[in-house]
Design a protein around this ligand. Sequence first.
Ligand SMILES: Cc1cc2nc3c(=O)[nH]c(=O)nc-3n(C[C@H](O)[C@H](O)[C@H](O)COP(=O)(O)OP(=O)(O)OC[C@H]3O[C@@H](n4cnc5c(N)ncnc54)[C@H](O)[C@@H]3O)c2cc1C
Length: 398
Amino acid sequence: MDLEMSAADLAFRDEVCKFLADNLTDEIREAARLSASSFSDFHVSQRWHKALYDKGWAARSWPLEHGGCDWTPMQRYIYDTEAARADVPTAFTMGISMVGPVIMRYGNQAQKDCFLPRILSAEDVWCQGYSEPGSGSDLASLQTRAVADGDDYVINGTKIWTTGAQYANLIFCLVRTSETGKKQEGISFLIFPMDTPGITIQPINNIADVHSFNQIFFDDVRVPKSSLVGAENDGWTVAKYLLEFERGGSAFGAKIEASFNAYHRIAACFADQGALDEPLFAQKVAAVKIQQMAVENTEHRIIAEINRVGRPGHASSIMKVLGSETDQRVTELFLDALNIYAAPHQPAARSPGNNSVPVAPAAGVALVGKYLHNRAASIYSGSNEIQRNIIAKRVLGL
Ligand SMILES: Cc1cc2nc3c(=O)[nH]c(=O)nc-3n(C[C@H](O)[C@H](O)[C@H](O)COP(=O)(O)OP(=O)(O)OC[C@H]3O[C@@H](n4cnc5c(N)ncnc54)[C@H](O)[C@@H]3O)c2cc1C
């Protein structure tokens, strides 16, 4: 991929930097810095999404016909890099990054007309109902059942680790619609409102003490058959297509750059103590930096592949493993840099606008939370062991 910037690219970069400078308020940046979850504070990130939407930049990877940007890979790279440098929040956009591309490919016209504009404007907020207790890596063994009854399905079962279900008004959900044949063949992909009678949400706090995910219970939940995306019992095809975007589309390069920014901010607070300049530690930082560059190059290859054939393919598994493990290594540097200040537990100091007095220097107050939450990066979107199995089988042909 050609990474030389043309005059047009440089002008575009100026436009991006101006947009970021004009719209990223201190409050929005603070929410990004304080987050100890996959997503920044929901309400603040919705405001950030609105600014992007008004500019026409909400769905940067979508095609123009559905309100996307139609940017070149270089433009996306420029935006992601500048956005990470400026500390943009991670908005809660499972609609844009996951279910949107699925509706574009497998949805009928009515579903496209209804949902795509509302995903773009963030009027609708989506959550992902895939995992169940006992069905995570072995997702195809899922047991939540949808039984046909006239024009409806009646759903019973439970989903777990459902990120952001407390904010979502819609869910995309894998359900079992047939018990015959292979377990993959009896699954369907449904989309329906979270306020449908019979749905209960039970919060789960993450290791950093943030309510980021939930368990959802379905008790005779009745949804119309028009909730089906794709064909009945062909949900596994739809689900796998979505997972390619979930695993490959996480802009890991930008995330890691943001983590490095956080590291440098806290390292600067202890600059006079010299411990972080020790040759062995400096070598460790350099090794992670080199790994970050490998992630960026892999990401460029994937963007070029999406541009060429429209989907990331199995390279998304490579990106998931490399990106998540590199980001974990950067967040491990946080603990080295914080030293004794890694010990105090002050979750209240991580809410935007709080008035707690942090024990650690202000730049470090969220870093242990980020480190802890980031342990999950090698589990969510399909664990890294599973991704390695996919790479061995589908990429290396072992
Ligand atoms: C922060 C976070 C957010 C999440 N958000 C969502 C969400 O919004 N929606 C949703 O549906 N799910 C979500 N998940 C769930 C996630 O997809 C699952 O946790 C993941 O798929 C792993 O499943 P499991 O937890 O059941 O672990 P298990 O499948 O029980 O795996 C346990 C361990 O065994 C290993 N293992 C299992 N099978 C194999 C094998 N065949 N070969 C080698 N090793 C294996 C795994 O790698 C793992 O280390 C989230 C998870 C986390 C941590």
